[in-house]
Design a protein around this ligand. Structure first.
Ligand SMILES: [Zn+2]
Length: 149
């Protein structure tokens, strides 16, 4: 299959090498507004991954929390910052060891569900991503939890 070309953007952020099928979840996390110019590529050929998704967002830089959330659902992704059509920065996302406040613990008896306490999860496995609630110690795969921004 030939590599599809997705239009270049002038200024903004490209998230490349998103695990195929996960781009809409990434877009969800970024809560993209109608005003953002967004280009989505799905199931593109990738030497590294076989298939990949890609997301380009014009005039937008991501916060550290957003980057951490994306790393959880697309651990192979790389982040490319574009200025005036040039790549000014490229980073491979890294899954942090702990993640605070972004994951909602699904356990209704967990203290973070009952009280106003920031959640804290330990990442116990990278591929696929698995997490453990530091408070109630329950383990979940990343697809079982809700990620908030
Ligand atoms: Zn918990």
């Amino acid at each position: 299959m030939k590599q599809l070309k997705v239009d270049a953007i002038r200024n903004g952020t490209v998230i490349d090498h998103i695990t195929a099928g996960k781009v809409l979840k990434v877009a969800d996390i970024l809560n993209l507004q109608g005003m953002d110019l967004v280009m989505i590529g799905m199931n593109l050929a990738s030497k590294k991954l076989g298939k990949k998704d890609i997301l380009k967002i014009e005039n937008r830089e991501l916060s550290g929390e957003e980057v951490n959330s994306i790393a959880l659902i697309a651990p192979n992704a790389s982040l490319i910052i574009i200025k005036d059509y040039n790549v000014v920065k490229k980073v491979h996302l890294k899954i942090p060891e702990y993640i605070e406040n972004l994951i909602v613990c699904p356990n209704p008896k967990c203290i973070t569900s009952l009280e106003e306490i920031k959640s804290k999860f330990q990442i116990t496995s990278g591929k696929p991503v698995k997490v453990r609630c530091v408070y109630c110690e329950k383990k979940y795969s990343i697809d079982e939890v809700r990620i908030r921004i």
